[in-house]
Design a protein around this ligand. Structure first.
Ligand code: SF4
Length: 315
């Protein structure tokens, strides 16, 4: 099994030590990426996402600013490269989202403060507050489809309204080149069979016309928790077991209740690694339980890693 990370000192022979030094990275002592679900809830119903299936089963709520600031403060100067304020949520639905990005800007000025959004709720005011202040310095737009038919089948959002809101964002950037210069923007699309015939047109629009990066993402079966019976959810390529995953080795995922979970796929909070209300980020990341889970993953032992056991991806 290909592995991308290792724990120094755990090698059983010289060859393994050598292989680790050349091909792998040591597990960092602090997460490089932190995903924070600031509040539960999304206005879309993407067929390749678990949210529509679980939205009535999980508790709803919002992380307080005090908890959020505790996390941001602890991360100051710790080398976190990127914060993404999204999990089972559309960040623009959180009325306090601007303040949260500003807290990150204050405490972690060197990090990428990423807004991952479907963009359908962009208003002029929100765009100015988030981008004009520099609080957000990276935007990933989730857009699945070039045509109305595909977009609505995949995302369950009204096409015209969403495109209008996204055009508002594009117009703002055209009118504010100084903001645009400091912003990294990508359009992301999940590689489903349904969207595949439209990828070239999407690339033309978003990459060549708007100058955004255009990224086609591998699709995963969300630890086999996704209803793969839906026709439009079919992956563009055959899915294979995801046994070389890097996520738990560089990313910490926090739910709005403060739970750290194994990855963004673990929406049922099945592998809880700690809680920021009781522990620091450092304690959770380096704690005996998270360390044990990573060691088991590296040993391809998925007994305690329920979502990983059945996780498949189409790369
Ligand atoms: S469920 Fe496990 S294998 Fe799948 S993406 Fe998450 S951490 Fe990786």
């Amino acid at each position: 099994m290909a592995r991308w990370y290792y724990y120094p000192g755990e090698e059983s022979n010289v060859l393994e030590k050598l292989r680790n030094r050349i091909f792998r990275k040591p597990v960092p002592d602090f997460p490089k990426t932190i995903l924070i679900e600031t509040q539960f809830g999304c206005n879309a119903g993407c067929v390749f996402c678990q949210y529509p299936q679980i939205k009535d089963d999980l508790p709803r709520g919002r992380m307080t600013n005090a908890t959020f600031e505790k996390i941001a403060k602890e991360c100051a100067g710790r080398g976190v490269e990127r914060f993404i304020l999204a999990l089972d949520n559309e960040p623009l639905m959180d009325g306090g989202i601007v303040e949260k990005y500003k807290l990150l800007q204050r405490h972690c000025p060197d990090a990428k403060r990423n807004l991952t959004s479907n963009g359908s709720l962009f208003t002029d005011k929100k765009i100015e507050e988030l981008l004009g202040s520099g609080a957000v310095n990276e935007v990933f737009l989730s857009i699945n489809g070039y045509t109305k038919e595909t977009y609505e089948a995949l995302m369950k959002l009204p096409f015209e309204k969403s495109m209008e809101a996204i055009e508002r964002f594009c117009a703002y950037l055209r009118a504010n080149p100084q903001v645009r210069r400091n912003l990294d923007i990508a359009v992301k699309v999940v590689n489903t069979k349904k969207v595949q015939p439209e990828l070239e047109k999407m690339r033309e629009k978003w990459e060549r016309q708007e100058g955004f990066r255009f990224l086609v993402l591998d699709m995963d079966n969300r630890g086999d928790q996704l209803d793969m019976g839906q026709e439009s959810v079919l992956a563009a390529e055959e899915m294979k077991p995801n046994t070389t995953c890097r996520r738990p080795f560089h990313t910490l995922v926090l739910s709005w209740e403060g739970y750290a979970v194994i990855c963004c796929v673990d929406y049922m909070r099945e592998v809880k690694l700690g809680n920021v209300h009781e522990q620091s980020v450092y304690e959770i990341w380096n704690g005996p339980y998270f360390t044990k889970m990573r060691q088991e993953y590296l040993a391809a032992d998925f007994t305690n890693l329920k979502p990983c056991r059945t996780c498949k991806i189409n790369n």
